[in-house]
Design a protein around this ligand. Sequence first.
Ligand code: ATP
Length: 508
Amino acid sequence: MSLDWEYFFSLFTMASFYKACVTVVILSTLSWILGLGLGFVVACAKMSTSRWMNIPAGVFIWFFRSVPLLVVLVFVYNLPQLFPSTGPYLGVAFISGLVSLVITEAAYMAEIHRSGLLSVAKGQREAGHALNIGFLGIQRLIIIPQAIRISMPALINEYVTVIKLSSLVSTISLVEILQVGQRLYSQNFLVMETLLAVAVYYVAIVTIFGSVLQWVEKKLDVPSRKPETLTDSKCAELRKQATAIPMRENVDTKGLPPALNLKKIRKQFGDHEVLKQIDMQIKIGEVVSIIGPSGSGKTTLIRTINLLESLNGGEVVLFGEDFIKGGQKPNSKTVRQGLQRIGMVFQSFNLFPHKTALENIMLAPRYHGKPQDKEVNRNQALYLLDRVGLLAHADKYPHQLSGGQQQRVAIARTLALSPDIILFDEPTSALDPEMVGEVLKVIQDLAKEGMTLVIVTHEMDFALSVSDRVVMMEHGVVQADASPAEITNANSETPDLLRAKQFMGIES
Ligand SMILES: Nc1ncnc2c1ncn2[C@@H]1O[C@H](COP(=O)(O)OP(=O)(O)OP(=O)(O)O)[C@@H](O)[C@H]1O
């Protein structure tokens, strides 16, 4: 048997096939876009802590992933028999096909979105929280853009699947490519030639639209972008545009309440009591280093101060005003106002990987509308980048920067909101030794300028040189709280300070 090639090639000049191609493209694209949106809502519902949301979302995903599309199609198309009022809509094959494809695709895409959302590191949310960005802002600016990028290859694959699945819509008499072919071969019986042409049409659509989406994916792919280090002349030009950020003025702090007053702070994880009634006062402009053995509760202590961890007991008073109380639901207005005054720098930097160094700094001020003007926002970010010595790297993405550079950008990002207090959580622990110095220098400069700093650190020499006070924690309690001089001069008459001295490796 030989194929009728003349007939085969004639099928590529038939208007009905081209019209059917347009139907397939419109149906698939609409199904993909709507499935993408509905899938995202279902994914969020499934990840919600509310059972009223996550159980129905789970059932939706389970059910529509289990039922074949053909069954859904026939069911939806025949729904008007049960609900006649839906007739004008679902009686239209295109609409029934669209609804069925969207529902089925949403169930698949929900799982793709969920895996994308779960792959965004926890530290990204924490960085957003530390910049006082609200839940929706964190989702919109930080989580969703990253999740979409992670899910993009799988989502593009779904587009190809939708194009192929759209051929099933022929069963409810929608005139799409397969339906046109079926009508032809039922008249001329040239089944092989016709189906071969149908296959070519599908392959062409998948190839063209698949390539477009792959191009979009490439454009969105941050690791493939390679912005260069800026030249000296470009830096000089940017330096002219840089605008100093209005910092809080140094005021006479005499008689003012402490910046931070921690009263009987208690924190437990399950039965493990990590912080046992910690009392601590930190004056305005004071630099306090918190040291202690691993697991003593240092990080947990500073995380409770900016609500990354909830308190089980005690309270935090900020500049003389109530901020958070253990066991009570925090007042969101008080928390928002308080968090504006506290910045935090993390051990693992937590820069936003989809933003350049400059954009990382611009993000929070832009969100808070201070300054309102985008140009001023950019110029202030340039100033801060220059201040940490990284102006030449303004356009680079975090993955192009060394650890030390990333940490300096993270400090500049914190400074962009002009905080009154900065909490540092082991800012140099994740750095190679040769990069530690450059970060400590930036912190030292902040200390000299009178910024209130609380630094959890294992850098003992740095703690001694930069701090007004060193607090040593052990087993969730404050073991010693004294000036570097007092610790250095400790002897057997001051056993707690002597313990801190020994821990810091200071020789007698
Ligand atoms: N989310 C958590 N869930 C359960 N336990 C936790 C959690 N976070 C911290 N812990 C526990 O609390 C204790 C104190 O941890 P924390 O990180 O505050 O110690 P640290 O003094 O900062 O230690 P390191 O110097 O090693 O960072 C540890 O025993 C730790 O396992």
